[in-house]
Structures are given as C-alpha cells and as structure tokens.
Design a protein around this ligand. Structure first.
Ligand SMILES: C[S@@+](CC[C@H](N)C(=O)[O-])C[C@H]1O[C@@H](n2cnc3c(N)ncnc32)[C@H](O)[C@@H]1O
Length: 239
C-alpha cells in the first residue's frame, strides 16, 4: 500500500514527480486525451484565449511535452514563446513536436521555483496541470510574479475536485478506479497514474488558490470553472 501523498516530504514529492514524468513521457499526450475525453485541448485553449493582445513574450512553465506553447504559436504566431520544465525527456518530445510543425519555441531546463530569468522578463506566464505537482504553491506564484512585468498576467490551469456532489462521486470513482486501470493498460504504469489521480484529489481548493493569488499580491484575480468545475483557470494581473 503506497504512502498517502500528504505524508510525503516536499523532497520526496519532487523526486517522485521527476521520476514519474521521466517514465511516462512516451504515452503522456495520448493518456491525457483519453483521461480527459479530449477536454484538455479545449481547457488549454481557454487559457490561451485570455493572453494579452499584441507582440508579447510568454513563458510556459512546466511545459512538459509543449502542448500549451505549441498551441500558443498556432493561435498567435506573433507571440514569442519559451517553455521550461525540469524533466528533459518531456521537453525532448516537445522539441520533436515543435520541429515537426515548423514552429519556433525556445525550450530550456529549469525549476519553476528558480526561473532562470531576470525580473520583468515576460508579459505573461502560463502553467497547465503543473501547479499541483509543486508542493510550495505560494513560492511558485511569487516566482511567476517576479518574472512578469507590471500589468502582465499569470495564468494557472489545474484540475481539481468538482463542487457538485454527483460529479464529485463520479470523479472519485473515475480517478481512483478507472485512471489506474487506464494507466496500467495504456501507459503500463499503474503507480504513476495512481499518483496523478491522488494529486488531483489533493490539489488545493480553487478558492484557496484564489486566496493565494491575493496573498502574493496579484490584482484583478479571476477564477473560471471549466467542464462542471473539474478544471479551473485562474488569472491575476501583476501590480
Ligand atoms: C502534468 S504535466 C503538464 C505538462 C503540460 N503543461 C501540459 O499541459 O500537458 C506536469 C509537468 O510539470 C513539470 N514540473 C513539475 N514540477 C516542476 C517544477 N518545479 N519545475 C519545472 N517543471 C515542473 C513536470 O516535469 C511535468 O512535465
């Protein structure tokens, strides 16, 4: 019986996250689309639609296999996009996908808690399905705030537990029973998908995330539920 997530130390969690994403890289995109019944594509698009106008610079944090960065480039070729992640194997896939589509995105290795950029480097940051894997969410938001210019935007897209009780009951069954089975059959890694299912259930409540945005000092904070509140899009403006 694996140890419940809340009993892990921060270091144990970070090491597990690195190892999990390093292992599941080849099936990650496919599993994402199956697990979310294709909704993950629409959720990322909702975030991209909220990006500020103009020739802006965007950093996609925890970029993984690059789906946010790539979609930004398709929708807004004028935007200069960089992607960062601490699992190189995920970004190798991102690079292959980017090259195959003839797009220009700069990928680099790095930790969301220590972004290798000076203050005020970007007009916006995005992070999709990454924040729940970062134990110190306050520090992560502070770091995003640091690299974004005043007036710029910080976006978080994250799955969470729906508030509607019927949806919640279905989602509990789906996460705890179906996802590990799908993980075992498609990705051949039940343990990794057990972690991913647990990390969604353990993700802080959307209101708590809004409160964190406030605590960090963002303005015009907005939290938008997507697909019955299974996923939330948070945004805040840097003061
Ligand atoms: C669920 S994947 C999301 C990938 C991508 N954003 C997407 O929309 O599919 C989570 C990613 O977060 C990365 N990650 C987790 N913690 C990180 C950290 N502290 N710094 C950088 N990347 C991190 C993992 O390596 C993994 O690639």
């Amino acid at each position: 019986m694996p140890k419940p997530l809340q009993n892990w130390t921060q270091d144990e969690r970070i090491e597990a996250v690195k190892s999990i994403f390093n292992t599941i890289t080849p099936t990650y995109d496919h599993m994402n689309h199956i697990m979310s019944a294709g909704r993950d594509i629409a959720w990322r698009r909702r975030m991209i639609q909220r990006l500020p106008e103009g020739n802006i610079k965007v950093l996609d944090i925890a970029t993984g296999t690059g789906d946010v960065a790539i979609d930004i480039k398709w929708k807004r070729p004028d935007i200069e996009v960089a992607g960062i992640d601490f699992v190189f194997r995920m970004m190798e896939f991102a690079q292959q996908k980017t090259r195959a589509q003839n797009l220009a995105i700069q990928y680099m290795g790095g930790d969301a808690l220590h972004l290798p950029f000076p203050d005020n480097s970007f007009d916006a940051t995005t992070i999709a399905f990454g924040l729940r894997n970062i134990p110190d969410k306050f520090a992560a938001l502070r770091e995003m705030q640091r690299v974004v210019k005043p007036g710029g935007k910080v976006f978080t897209l994250e799955m969470t537990f729906p508030r509607n009780l019927k949806m919640r009951a279905f989602f509990t069954w789906y996460l705890n029973k179906m996802i590990p089975i799908l993980g075992a059959t498609i990705a051949r890694d039940k343990k990794a998908y057990h972690y991913l299912a647990e990390s969604i259930q353990e993700m802080i409540h959307p209101d708590t995330l809004s409160a964190l945005y406030e605590q960090v000092g963002f303005q015009q904070i907005k939290a938008t539920p997507l697909t019955f509140g299974i996923t939330y899009l948070h945004e805040g403006t840097v003061a």
